[in-house]
Design a binder for this molecule. Structure first.
Ligand code: MCN
Length: 789
C-alpha cells in the first residue's frame, strides 16, 4: 500500500493496542461492568402487533410473581420522562416524537408497552409473559410502495399521507436541458431492509449516586455525549449530574449511534427507585427494535449524449422511516444523503431531485454504515452499466467519460459540494489494472459453458466523511455539533494523556490517535495513552459515526498537540538557554536543533511545569501542560474509491461465486494502514451481506418474520472471497492532517459492484437485476422467467 510520506508513526502498520485485551477475552463490555449488589433488572413487554390501539393492560399476575418489584406502563413512565423528539431544522419535515413506552397505540412489532422491574433478569422475562395487554388491531402500513401510493393506513394522526419529509431541487433550466438530449436511460432500484447486527447487542446499567439526581450511566453506545444531552432533556434533570460511560463496545455500525427509549427507561427507573438498574438486550430484541436501514426506492433518469456523457440527471428517492423519527438523525438523513451523494465522482452539471420519506408500522430506521450511499451508488453505478448497454459501450469507458478529471480538482459540484482533492479517475484506472479488467472481459466473451454466466461489476464512489457543523446544518441536523475535541495533558511524569470526544466501537482509536499525537507533539508513542467514552473526563464533541474520527477528532488532536508543543518549546528553551524556534521535540525529548547536545526530557520539562523542581517557569507562564482544542472540520471530507468484482452465476441454481474482488481506495493521509485495510475489509463484507443475502422481512401485517440469526442471514467466512486491496493517497487539502475517513467506503463500494457483476452476468438472458438482496432463489426465478418468455 502507498502510505503517507509523513515522518514518525503516521503511515505505519502499528499493531492495535486494544487487541491485546480484546483478543485475550479481557474486554469489558456492558454486561461485564460489575453490577452493584442491589441491582434491579428490566424486561420489556413488546407489542405483537404492528399497529393497534391499547385498550387495557393488566399487570396483576406479573406483579405477584416472586422476584418482581413492579410493572410500569405509559401511565407511570409519562410522569418520569418526556417523549423523545428529534429536532430537525429542514423545510419539508413534519415533527414527530416517541413516548418511551407506547401510550394509547403501538406502531410497530416490538414497540415497548410495559416494563417489568425484577430482582433478576429471569424473573423479569417470566413476568413479561404474564402481562395481559388487550389490543384492538388496526390495519398496518408496511411497504414503501403502499405508503408512496397513498393506500396505507395512517400511522400518526398529525402526519397526513404518512409523508414525514419531502424535499426537491433542480438546477436552472433543468427540464429544457433534459429534454434536448435524444438518449434517455432510466431505472428504478429497490434495496432490501437491513439491520446492523453488532456482535454485542445493546444494554445499559444506571447507578444513581448519593445526590438526588446524580446518575452514572453505562451504555453500549457510539454517542455518549449525545445520550447525556438527550437524557438530561427527556428526564428534565441537570446535564452535569449525569455521567455517561461507554465500556468496550462490541460493534455499533451506526445502530448504536442512536439515543434509544430503553436508555431513558433505565435511567428514569434508577432515579425513581434510587437503586441500580440494568437491562441487556437479546438478539431477538436487537433485530426487532434496534434501528433498521435502507428499504429505499431510488429512481434515476439520465439524458445522455451518444458518447455516454450524462448531460442531465434526475433522481427520485423514497425511504421508509419506520414508525418514528429516531434521535439524533431523524428520518431525513437517508433521503437527504441519497440525493446529495448520488453525483459521486462524476462531473454532472444539470441535476434535479425529489426526496421523500414515509412513516410506516415498522421499526424506526436510522444511521447504519454507509447511510444512503450504498443505495445511491447502486443507482448511479447501475445506471452507468445501463447507459453502456444501451449505447453498446464498455461500462468502464462510460465511467471514464463522466468521471471528474484531475485538472478539474478542486471541484465543486452542482449542489455546492466541494472536493478539495481526490483520485477519482486514477482509482478507476488502477482498479482496472489490478483486476486485469481486459482479461476479465475476454474470459467473459470466451466463456463457452452455457450453465456458467460470467459478469463484471464496477463501482466508483465518493464517501461523505468527517462532516463539520456546516455539513450537518445543511441536512437540518441540529443535535449534532459537527466539531470534535481533544484534551491533552502532559503529566508530571512526562507521559501524555489524551481524552477525545470520540467513543470507539472497534475502530482502533486507542492506536491511531496515539499515532497522531505522538507525531505532532514529538512524544514517544509508548508514552501516549488514549482515553475515550467517559463524559466526565472527555470534552464534549460529536462522538463516533459517519466516519468522522480521523478527520474531526484527528484535527482536534493536531490543534491541541501544537499548542502543548509550543509551550514545551518555550519552557525547554528557557531551561536550555536557547530560542523556542530552535527547539525540536522528538521521542519525548526537547533538544536544540543547532546544538543537539543541549536537550531535556519531557519529564524534566513537566516537573518544572508542575513546580516539582527548584527551577521556575518563564515569567508570566501558567503552571501545567494541559489544553483542550475544538476542531470544526470543513462541511465534509471526501474519500473515494473503486471496487471491481468478477462473478460466476450458476444458471441452474442461481448460486453466485465471486472469482475476483479488487478495491482501490483513497482516504488521504493514512494514519495506520493495517487499520485502514481492516476497515475496508469489514465494510466490504457488510456490503456483500447487504447485496447478496441480508434482509429484514416483514409480512403484509407488519410481522417481522426473521428476528433471529438463523433466518436473518449474515455472511460468514465461507462467503468472503480474497479481497485484493490497494490504495492511492491524495491528502485532503482543506482539513488538518490531510486525513479522509475510511469507515464506510467498503460497504458503499461493495453493494453496487457485486450487484452490477450479477446484473452483467444475467443481462444476456434479458434479466434486469434491480432489486436486493440477490439470493440464489430470487435469481433463479428471474432466470427461469427470462427463459420462459
Ligand atoms: N483511519 C486511518 N487513516 C485514515 C482514516 C482513518 O488510519 N486516513 C483510522 C482511524 O484513525 C480509525 C479508523 O481508521 O481508527 C476509522 O476511522 P474513520 O473513518 O474516521 O471512522 P470512525 O472512527 O469515525 O468510525 C466510524 C465508522 C462508521 S461510520 C461505522 S458505521 C463503522 C466503522 O467506523 N462501525 C464500525 N467501522 C467500524 N469498525 C468496527 N470494528 N466496528 C464498528 O461498529
Amino acid at each position: 500500500m502507498t502510505g503517507s510520506s509523513h515522518p514518525g508513526s503516521i503511515g505505519k502498520h502499528i499493531p492495535r493496542r486494544e487487541d491485546k485485551s480484546l483478543l485475550a477475552g479481557q474486554g469489558r463490555f456492558i454486561d461485564d461492568v460489575p453490577e452493584p449488589v442491589n441491582t434491579l433488572h428490566l424486561g420489556f413487554v413488546m407489542s405483537p402487533y404492528a399497529h393497534a390501539s391499547i385498550r387495557e393492560i393488566d399487570a396483576q399476575a406479573a406483579k405477584t410473581l416472586p422476584g418482581v418489584v413492579d410493572v410500569l406502563t405509559y401511565a407511570e413512565l409519562s410522569s418520569l420522562a418526556n417523549p423523545v423528539e428529534v429536532e430537525i431544522g429542514i423545510e419539508g419535515y413534519r415533527r414527530n416524537s416517541r413516548p418511551v413506552l407506547a401510550a394509547d397505540k403501538v406502531r410497530f412489532v416490538g414497540e415497548h408497552v410495559a416494563v417489568v422491574v425484577a430482582k433478576d433478569p429471569y424473573a423479569a422475562q417470566d413476568a413479561i409473559e404474564l402481562v395481559e395487554v388487550d389490543y384492538d388491531p388496526l390495519g398496518a402500513a408496511v411497504s414503501l410502495e403502499e405508503a408512496g401510493n397513498g393506500s396505507a393506513p395512517p400511522v400518526h394522526d398529525d402526519i397526513p399521507g404518512n409523508l414525514i419529509f419531502e424535499q426537491s431541487f433542480a438546477t436552472d433550466g433543468f427540464e429544457e436541458i433534459f429534454e434536448a438530449e435524444e438518449v434517455r436511460v432510466s431505472e428504478t432500484f429497490r434495496t432490501g431492509r437491513v439491520a446492523g447486527v453488532p456482535l454485542e447487542p445493546r444494554g445499559c446499567l444506571a447507578i444513581p449516586g448519593s445526590a438526588a439526581e446524580n446518575l452514572q450511566f453505562y451504555t453500549s453506545t457510539q454517542i455518549p455525549h449525545i445520550v447525556r444531552t438527550g437524557l438530561a432533556k427527556v428526564l428534565s434533570i441537570p446535564e452535569p449530574s449525569i455521567t455517561v460511560i461507554t465500556p468496550d463496545v462490541g460493534g455499533g455500525f451506526g445502530t448504536k449511534a442512536q439515543f434509544y427509549t430503553e436508555e431513558v427507561v433505565v435511567a428514569a427507573l434508577a432515579l425513581k427507585y434510587r437503586c441500580p438498574i440494568k437491562w441487556i438486550q437479546d438478539r431477538r430484541e436487537d433485530l426487532l427494535t434496534s434501528i433498521h436501514a435502507r428499504d429505499h426506492i431510488f429512481r434515476l433518469e439520465a439524458a445522455v449524449s451518444r458518447e455516454g456523457r450524462i448531460k442531465a440527471l434526475r433522481a427520485n428517492m423514497v425511504s421508509n422511516a419506520g414508525a418514528y423519527s429516531s434521535y439524533p438523525f431523524g428520518c431525513t438523513l437517508e433521503p437527504t444523503g441519497g440525493v446529495r451523494m448520488v453525483i459521486g465522482p462524476y462531473d454532472i452539471a444539470n441535476y434535479a431531485y425529489e426526496a421523500r420519506s414515509y412513516v410506516t408500522n415498522t421499526c424506526p430506521s436510522g444511521a447504519y454504515r454507509g447511510v444512503a450511499q450504498p443505495t445511491c451508488f447502486l443507482a448511479i453505478e447501475g445506471l452507468m452499466d445501463r447507459i453502456a448497454r444501451k449505447l453498446d459501450l464498455d461500462p468502464a469507458v462510460v465511467r471514464q467519460t463522466n468521471v471528474i478529471k484531475p485538472n478539474q480538482i478542486p471541484y465543486t459540484n452542482v449542489l455546492g459540494i466541494k472536493y478539495d482533492s481526490g483520485s477519482h479517475e486514477a482509482c478507476l484506472l488502477k482498479a482496472m489494472e489490478n483486476a486485469g479488467y481486459a482479461d476479465l472481459r475476454r474470459a467473459q466473451t470466451d466463456n463457452e459453458d452455457p450453465n456458467v454466466l460470467r459478469g463484471i461489476g464496477i463501482c466508483c464512489f465518493t464517501e461523505v466523511s468527517g462532516a463539520g457543523s456546516v455539513g450537518w446544518r445543511a441536512r437540518g441536523l441540529t443535535r449534532i455539533p459537527g466539531f470534535d475535541t481533544a484534551s491533552i495533558r502532559v503529566e508530571p511524569s512526562g507521559r501524555v494523556s489524551l481524552h477525545t470526544s470520540q467513543a470507539a466501537a472497534g475502530q482502533g482509536h486507542y492506536t491511531t490517535f496515539a499515532q497522531i499525537l505522538s507525531d505532532y507533539l514529538g512524544a514517544s508513542l509508548e508514552d501516549v495513552i488514549v482515553h475515550e467514552g467517559d463524559t466526565s473526563s472527555a470534552p464534549y464533541g460529536s462522538n463516533t459515526f459517519a466516519s468522522r474520527s480521523a478527520v474531526a477528532a484527528g484535527g482536534a488532536v493536531i490543534k491541541a498537540a501544537e499548542e502543548i508543543r509550543e509551550k514545551i518549546q518555550r519552557i525547554a528553551a528557557y531551561l536550555l538557554n536557547s530560542e523556542p524556534e530552535n527547539i525540536q521535540l522528538e521521542n519525548s525529548i526537547a533538544f536544540d536543533m543547532q546544538e543537539p547536545e543541549k536537550s531535556i526530557s519531557f519529564e524534566e520539562v513537566a516537573k518544572v511545569a508542575y513546580s516539582m523542581t527548584s527551577a521556575s517557569l518563564p515569567q508570566g507562564m501558567d503552571f501545567g501542560l494541559q489544553t483542550t482544542s475544538f476542531y470544526d472540520p470543513p462541511p465534509a471530507t471526501w474519500p473515494n474509491g473503486v471496487h471491481i468484482a468478477s462473478v460466476r452465476v450458476d444458471r441452474k441454481t442461481g448460486q453466485i461465486d465471486i472469482d475476483k474482488y479488487v478495491v482501490v481506495h483513497d482516504c488521504g493521509t493514512v494514519i495506520n494502514p493495517m487499520i485502514v485495510e481492516g476497515q475496508v475489509q469489514g465494510g466490504t463484507v457488510q456490503g456483500l451481506g447487504e447485496s447478496l443475502m441480508e434482509q429484514i422481512v416483514y409480512d403484509e401485517d407488519g410481522q417481522l418474520l426473521n428476528a433471529n440469526l438463523l433466518d436473518y442471514q449474515l455472511p460468514t467466512v465461507l462467503d468472503v472471497p480474497e479481497l485484493e486491496l490497494d490504495h492511492i493517497c491524495t491528502p485532503a487539502v482543506d482539513n488538518l492532517g490531510g486525513f479522509k475517513g475510511v469507515g464506510e467506503g467498503g460497504v458503499i463500494g461493495a453493494v453496487p459492484a457485486l450487484t452490477n457483476a450479477v446484473a452483467d452476468a444475467l443481462a444476456p438472458l434479458g434479466v434486469n437485476v434491480n432489486r436486493l438482496p440477490l439470493r440464489p432463489a430470487s435469481l433463479l426465478k428471474l432466470i427461469r422467467d427470462a427463459e420462459n418468455t
